[in-house]
Design a protein around this ligand. Structure first.
Ligand SMILES: N[C@@H](CCC(=O)N[C@@H](CS)C(=O)NCC(=O)O)C(=O)O
Length: 277
C-alpha cells in the first residue's frame, strides 16, 4: 500500500526539499534494444518514495541487476521529464532504454519479462485477480485514507483516523477470514505482488503515528495486519530496501510541518496532500 509516497507520501515528496539530491550513478547511454527482453535495466527513483521501493524490492527479489538514478523531485531531470512526460513522477524503469512508468505496471512488466525468477503474481488467474483487486484497493482507498490523516489536524484528523481504520478493517477481515486466511503473507509463505504493493507504504504507518501523534494500527484491533506487517518488515530483501526509521521520521516531521503550515489551504481531509503535489 504505498500509502500515496507513501502511497501515502507520494504526494508529499514533491514540493519539499529535505534531502540533498544524490545522483549515485551517471546516466548511461541507453541502448534501444527490445524492451520485452531487456538487456539493461535503469531505475529512476527517489529515496523516500514507497513507489520506488516497490520496484527496488521486486528487482531484488528477482535478483535482477539494475542501475539506479536518484531524482530530485524539486528539480526533475530532463531524463525523467522525457521518459514520463504525462505524470512526471518516479519510478520509471528503462528497459533497454524504453521507459515504463507507474510502479504497478513496472511490477507486471518485470513479472512478465522474467517469469521464471521469483514469480510475483500467483499462478492461477483467480488468485491473480484477487491480488490485483486488493492492490487496487490499497491504491484507491487505503493510501488516500492515510494521506488524509497525515495532512490534517484536530477534529478533521480524528475523522480521518476513523476512516483509515474502517478501510483497514476490510483488509484485516480478508486476512483473518477471507482470501488470505491462514497465510503468513498475502502470497502465501513468501512475499509476492500484493505484499510488495501494500508493504511498501505500510512501514510509514509507524512513522506517521509518531509524527501525527495518532494510533493507526494496534495489535488488538488489527491482529492479522499487525503480524503481517511485522513479518514483512523482517524479510531480508525488505530490510535492505526500507530507509532507516530515523531518516523517515526526520523527513516526515519536515513534511508535516510544511503541510500544517499551509493550513486553510490544505489541512482538511487530505486535500493538502494533493495541494502539495
Ligand atoms: N501512481 C504512481 C505514483 C508515483 C508517485 O506519486 N511518485 C511520486 C514520488 S513517491 C513523485 O514522483 N512525485 C513527483 C510529483 O508528483 O511531482 C506509481 O505507482 O508509480
Amino acid at each position: 500500500m504505498p500509502i500515496p509516497t507513501l502511497l501515502f507520501l507520494s504526494h508529499l515528496t514533491q514540493t519539499t526539499n529535505m534531502e540533498e539530491p544524490k545522483r549515485p550513478t551517471e546516466h548511461k547511454t541507453e541502448e534501444q534494444g527490445n524492451p520485452s527482453f531487456p538487456s539493461s535495466l535503469t531505475l529512476l527513483g527517489s529515496w523516500a518514495s514507497s513507489y520506488t521501493h516497490r520496484v527496488q524490492l521486486a528487482l531484488k527479489l528477482k535478483n535482477l541487476p539494475f542501475d539506479y538514478i536518484e531524482e530530485d523531485l524539486m528539480n526533475k531531470s530532463p531524463s525523467l521529464l522525457t521518459h514520463n512526460p504525462v505524470y512526471k513522477k518516479v519510478p520509471v524503469l528503462l528497459a533497454s532504454g524504453h521507459p515504463i512508468p507507474e510502479s504497478l505496471l513496472i511490477l507486471h512488466f518485470l513479472d512478465e519479462s522474467f517469469p521464471d525468477t521469483y514469480p510475483l503474481l500467483p499462478a492461477s488467474p483467480h488468485h491473480r485477480a484477487v491480488a490485483r483487486f486488493w492492490a487496487y484497493f490499497a491504491e484507491d482507498r487505503l493510501g488516500p485514507a492515510v494521506a488524509a490523516v497525515f495532512a490534517s489536524s484536530g477534529e478533521d484528523q480524528l475523522a480521518a483516523v476513523a476512516r483509515f481504520r474502517d478501510e483497514l478493517r476490510l483488509l484485516e477481515a480478508e486476512l483473518s477470514e477471507g482470501a488470505f486466511v491462514g497465510q503468513r503473507f498475502f502470497a502465501g509463505d513468501r512475499i509476492g505482488f500484493l505484499d510488495i504493493v501494500v508493504g511498501c507504504g505500510s512501514y510509514w504507518l509507524a512513522v506517521f503515528e509518531e509524527v501525527a501523534e495518532v494510533k493507526l494500527v494496534d495489535a488488538d484491533s488489527f491482529p492479522r495486519f499487525h503480524s503481517w506487517l511485522r513479518d514483512f518488515e523482517e524479510v531480508e530483501e525488505v530490510k535492505a530496501i526500507i530507509p532507516p526509521f530515523d531518516k523517515l521520521l526526520e523527513y516526515a516531521h519536515g513534511l508535516r510541518r510544511a503541510m500544517l503550515g499551509m493550513e486553510g489551504v490544505s489541512a482538511k481531509n487530505g486535500d493538502g496532500v494533493a495541494a502539495v503535489s
